[in-house]
Write a protein that binds this ligand. Sequence first.
Ligand code: C2E
Ligand code: MG
Ligand code: MG
Ligand code: MG
Length: 282
Amino acid sequence: QAKALGKGRYQLFEPEMYQAVLQRLQLETDLRKALVNQEFSVHYQPIISLNSGIIIGFEALIRWHHPTQGLIPPGLFIPIAEETGLIARIGEWVLRESCHQVSAWKKQRLSDYPLTVSVNLSALQFSQENLIKQIDNILDESQLEPQYLNLEITESAILDHPETASDILKQFKKRRINLSIDDFGTGYSSLSYLHSFPVDTLKIDRSFITPIDDNPNTLGLVPVIISLVQTLGMNVIAEGIETAQQLDQLRKLNCNAGQGYLFSKPVNSQTATHLIQSSPHW
Ligand code: C2E
Ligand code: MG
Ligand code: MG
Ligand code: MG
């Protein structure tokens, strides 16, 4: 078949592939300059207690404002940052920026309730030798008490290196830093195995929440996950709540907390400040 197409058609790289490789290389080059050029910002998405309806914290989500291409989603550049090792410094920046922000909110006494900040840690950061020292320094300089910091990692960060993870999680525990498992349900780990690590909170992945409507048949595994997680003494957060029906169903299941577009999209720090000041109840 290939021969019939002629020698010229039998190429390793199609032009489109070549374009993709070039684009990817360009993005990598740009990413290397992004920190120095101050092209990153942190957006904050409120986390709501489903019981009281108030904001209990924010998830910090990085944004890259590319000088010519506009906003580039983290789903696109975080993998590149991981492959190139740039994630170490980018991750440190996000941690510092968001700890300072939440500390500032606390000092301004914007909220009657203690606010937490949840920061995503990539698996690569997690296995970084100086991670604990880095966190200690940032908490110290931002004067944020460790119990208000919440770190989010995925199941695989633990399961790929269980011994290392166990050591690091002990260090977190000692400092009263909270740990959440992000995107729960998308990996392959068993809850009871995860429970053998000092995990405080499980975040149910959006893919489980999206199908929920008025009909209880659409709940799928969510009721089982919630009751099992709580039986094991952990909290559960539902990700990606977009409708009042989803909120209603999750409330009936006594899900502890939630986040999603129904409450608010991730917003810049200024808008987040206004949001705290208006102290909304859902
Ligand atoms: P994640 O940690 O699971 O964050 C939740 C993602 O879902 C965010 O996307 C958020 O904007 C989005 N989201 C929240 N509520 C809704 C909703 O109701 N509907 C829909 N459709 N989406 C919703 P975002 O900001 O694009 O981030 C994507 C992923 O990139 C994050 O998933 C996280 O894995 C990673 N990421 C973001 N910021 C950082 C960071 O600072 N460090 C690291 N290592 N990873 C980050
Ligand atoms: Mg997260
Ligand atoms: Mg998540
Ligand atoms: Mg997710």
